[in-house]
Design a binder for this molecule. Structure first.
Ligand code: ADP
Ligand code: MG
Length: 236
């Protein structure tokens, strides 16, 4: 049986003590798509990414990769199966060069390795490979984190608010990087982002959640013109 779904969530719930951060979330991620995830602060977006990437084990429901149940697998096991994540605050190893940071990514991950030169090209890091990673600007740190994630050979990359802190020009450059990722490697991208104009440009579909619950999932033109979405999210 073949399916176009690389990942599926089935009635996923995440409870912290008595607080229900995610409730009964079910949706599929299509192979090769860019899926945007948006919703108000505290809606559960980062929690959702962690449930998908193994940072958290959901307290109910299941997560499937290629139809196989990976709900209880920790992050490193998911990484070797082709699941990578980038974080809101770029994590680079400041004592290493840019090139060494990418190579660290390569030492993790699975058997499927993307070409190093292609990663450097996608992340636009050709001119700074020898620089100390601690000395470069925010966009470059984000590019390093994306490059290191790509170096693990992922089939799907989850990004938590990758555009935060960037100016308009830097946003354009990062969006082009994401586009190059999918063009060159066919990587599926799931990005949490509240900059909806950028999302509308790059995402094939947008998922909206609110209070940890599913609101809608559709093409950007549909979602961003939905009255309920405008009310809960864009109207503020
Ligand atoms: P978002 O990324 O959409 O802003 P989060 O997923 O970070 O939201 O958080 C969703 C809710 O879950 C928030 O109310 C947050 O305080 C709570 N939460 C997140 N992580 C934890 C945790 N480890 N323990 C307790 N509550 C948490
Ligand atoms: Mg968050």
């Amino acid at each position: 049986m073949t399916s176009n779904h690389i990942m599926s969530l089935k009635a996923v719930g995440m409870r912290f003590g008595s607080f229900q951060a995610l409730s009964d979330l079910s949706f599929d991620i299509d192979a090769g798509e860019v899926l945007g995830v948006a919703g108000p602060n505290g809606a559960g977006k980062s929690t959702l990414l962690n449930v998908c990437t193994g940072g958290l084990c959901p307290t109910s429901g299941s997560v499937l990769l290629d139809g196989q149940d990976i709900t209880a697998l920790p992050r490193h096991s998911r990484c070797s199966r082709g699941i990578a994540m980038t974080f809101q605050i770029p994590t680079v190893i400041s004592s290493l060069t840019v090139a060494e940071n990418l190579l660290v990514g390569r030492s993790f991950g699975g058997s499927h390795r993307h070409d190093f030169d292609a990663i450097v090209e996608i992340a636009g890091l050709g001119d700074v490979l020898g620089a100390d990673a601690g000395t470069v600007d925010l966009l470059t740190r984000k590019a390093i984190m994306l490059g290191a994630a790509l170096a693990t050979g992922p089939r799907i990359v989850f990004m938590d608010e990758p555009l935060g802190g960037l100016n308009a020009d830097e946003i354009k450059r990062f969006v082009r990087m994401i586009d190059r990722c999918r063009q060159a490697f066919g990587v599926t991208v799931v990005m949490v982002e509240h900059k909806t104009r950028a999302l509308a440009e790059i995402a094939d579909r947008i998922l909206i959640i609110n209070f940890g619950k599913f609101v809608c999932l559709d093409r950007p033109s549909v979602v961003l013109n939905d009255d309920h979405v405008v009310e809960i999210y864009l109207g503020k």
